[in-house]
Structure formats: C-alpha cells, structure tokens
Design a protein around this ligand. Structure first.
Ligand code: 5GP
Length: 209
C-alpha cells in the first residue's frame, strides 16, 4: 500500500484546470475565499482558468483556520478564543458596518477553496460560519432577497467517514467539486517539500504529474 501520495505542481495545475472547467459549466464565481495555507496556491491557479476573456480577475480573500487538536500548548492556553468545538479562526473577514472596509458577499457566488477534504471539519466550519455572517449582514442591510450561493473546491477528497457534513444540496447541485477522490492516505503537497526535485520525482513515479 502507498504510504504517501506525492503530488507535483504540474498535477495541481491540471487538477485546478479540470475543476474550473467542471465548475464553469454551471457556475460563475464572483469571488473566492481561500483557506490558508493549503487553499492559497490552488485558488490562484483556479483564477486563471475561471477568468473569461474581457472579464475582471476574480478577487481572492484569505481566511485562516486551525484544527484545535493541531495547536501547540501555547495556543491551547487561549481556549477562550476558540470559536468552534474543534476549529480556531486565525484569520477571518470583516463583515462589519464600515462599508469601505467590509466585504460584501450578498447576492454573489462565492467559491471556498482548500487543498484537501479530510475529516470535513474545516470545510463545514468555514461554510457554516460564512453563511451565518452573510445572512446577518443581509439582515442588517435589508437585502435578504438577494441570493448568495456558496461553492466548494478541493484538490482531494479523502474517501473516509467524515466528522462533519456539508448540506445535501451542495452535493446534489454540484456546488462541491473535488478534483480527485483518494483513499485515506497522507497527501504530500509540493509547497511543504524541502526537496522539490526529489518530491517531483516521487510524484511522477506515482503518476501524479
Ligand atoms: P479536515 O480534517 O478539517 O478536513 O482537514 C484539516 C486540514 O488538515 C486540511 O486543511 C489540511 O491542511 C490538513 N490535512 C489533512 N489531511 C492532509 C493530508 O493528507 N496532507 C496534508 N498535507 N494536509 C492534510
């Protein structure tokens, strides 16, 4: 059995291209929310393939989330700042009242991007919190009649029991796109590698180039 799945930059580029083409048959994202750090590079590549000629570049916003169990002792001491049972926000968006500074997702198609859907905890948290923030913002501004649509893209979905679920409609309406569904093994992404030449060799040997 393969212990680790090595993924090359070229492979990631192609997965983003495939995913973008699939998404474009049904949706036209107005903006992206990249979950850092793994969602950053895929989001930037997706933008290349989602952009239509003559259209403006799709803006990318960044959020940061950590799973509680991955935090060090120092962070755990700040338990009061934990907003979900298992997820900690390290960076979020300003949905506040200052129009110039706050983001406006109301009525838009928003694509959430991450590298991997493992236990689904992170994606569930990001989606439900963003939905809540947009709903509250729309109520505040009296714009509840404008429909906001969320989409999700991941490079890899691990085929395993998940700890959290996404709304059923997300799946049935093809608003969730995983470029590949893979077995429950550790995926080695190129941006984590300290020897990219060796990493790429391994990816090529596994056919992930
Ligand atoms: P979740 O369990 O919430 O779906 O995933 C949490 C995070 O764990 C992911 O965003 C990712 O950063 C990390 N993660 C989970 N599985 C893998 C993996 O196989 N490879 C890498 N590089 N990161 C992973």
């Amino acid at each position: 059995m393969t212990e680790k799945l090595y993924i090359s930059y070229d492979h990631i580029h192609k997965l983003c291209q495939e995913g973008a083409e699939r998404m474009k048959t049904k949706f036209r994202p107005d903006l992206m929310v990249a979950i850092g750090g793994g969602g950053f590079i895929p989001a930037r590549i997706l933008r290349t393939f989602l952009k239509e000629p003559g259209q403006k570049n799709i803006p990318i916003q960044a959020i940061g989330l950590s799973l509680y169990e991955d935090l060090g002792a120092e962070d755990e001491a700040n338990a009061a700042e934990t907003l979900g049972a298992q997820v900690v926000r390290t960076q979020w968006l300003d949905f506040g009242t200052m129009a110039q500074r706050s983001v406006d997702f109301i009525g838009k198609t928003v694509l959430i991007v991450d590298e991997v859907d493992d236990t689904r905890t992170t994606l569930h948290y990001a989606l439900s919190e963003l939905e809540k923030d947009v709903r509250e913002q729309a109520e505040r501004l009296g714009r509840q009649d404008e429909k906001t649509t969320f989409l999700i893209f991941v490079l890899h979905n691990k085929d395993k029991p998940k700890r959290a679920e996404l709304p059923e409609a997300m799946m049935t309406e093809d608003r969730y796109v995983a470029a590949r569904t893979v077995p429950d093994v550790w995926i080695a992404y190129p941006w984590e590698s300290r020897d990219i030449t060796e990493h790429t060799k391994r990816a090529v040997a596994q056919g992930n180039n």
